[in-house]
Write a protein that binds this ligand. Structure first.
Ligand SMILES: N[C@@H](CCC(=O)N[C@@H](CS)C(=O)NCC(=O)O)C(=O)O
Length: 211
């Protein structure tokens, strides 16, 4: 398999963790999201993902999968061990809710494209853009604090899809200097995951395209 990603992309980071947890071998192809205006805009990459975003996972059959949550659920169905979603439907819905709170409600508001749009098309200055970023991350993390009881992971004593979404979002929040003191549960889940090799090996800093 080949993962088209970028070291700092939260969505690609989620998929790297899943591949590592399941011990699936994969190559990586770096799509630099900012250099020369962003390689995602090249015609070559458009043929891989017409949405021009990462990640995209090319399977050995030639099929290309898009959208990190869909990719991770595919991997979980085809390679069930270790499971990333609980067997019980009610618990599964709760894990998906935590994951989607991050992936659907926090992340899209603070990702490269929308931030670039705020700056270039809407003419906002960097302090306003930073305030926007901090606001949406803090609002989402407040909800996570209310919803989670770390044990030690986001939902119980095994890693789930929720942890795969939480860790990259915390990495991103730290990089953009969001104060995390108000979010002790979020920080505790991140710390528990950091002890696992699958998470460590997926860290942005340890990727080949890291800068
Ligand atoms: N919902 C998508 C989000 C993908 C996404 O937005 N990726 C970002 C990086 S984290 C990207 O490629 N941005 C490029 C751009 O906005 O130009 C997923 O989960 O895969």
């Amino acid at each position: 398999m080949k993962l088209h990603g970028y070291f700092r992309s939260s969505a690609a980071y989620r998929v790297r963790i899943a591949l590592n947890l399941k011990k699936l071998p994969y190559e990586q192809a770096s799509v630099h999201l900012t250099r020369n205006g962003g390689w995602q805009w090249s015609e070559e990459y458009r043929a891989i993902n017409p949405q021009r975003r990462v990640p995209a996972l090319a399977l050995s059959t030639g099929e290309i999968l898009l959208q990190s949550l869909a990719i991770i659920e595919y991997l979980d169905e085809v390679h069930p061990q270790p499971p990333l979603l609980p067997a019980d439907p009610l618990e599964r819905a709760k894990v998906r809710a935590l994951a989607q709170l991050i992936a659907c409600d926090i992340h899209p508001l603070n990702n490269v494209g929308p931030l670039r749009h705020l700056k270039n098309e809407l003419g906002q200055d960097q302090s306003k853009i930073d305030a926007w970023y901090h606001h949406w991350v803090a609002e989402g993390f407040e909800a996570l604090e209310a919803l989670m009881e770390p044990a030690p992971y986001a939902f119980g004593n095994t890693v789930t899809l929720a942890d795969l979404c939480l860790v990259p979002q915390v990495y991103n929040a730290r990089r953009l200097k969001v104060p995390l003191e108000r979010f002790p549960k979020v920080v505790a889940v991140d710390a528990a995951c950091a002890k696992l090799a699958a998470f460590e090996q997926a860290r942005p800093e340890t990727q080949l395209d890291a800068e």
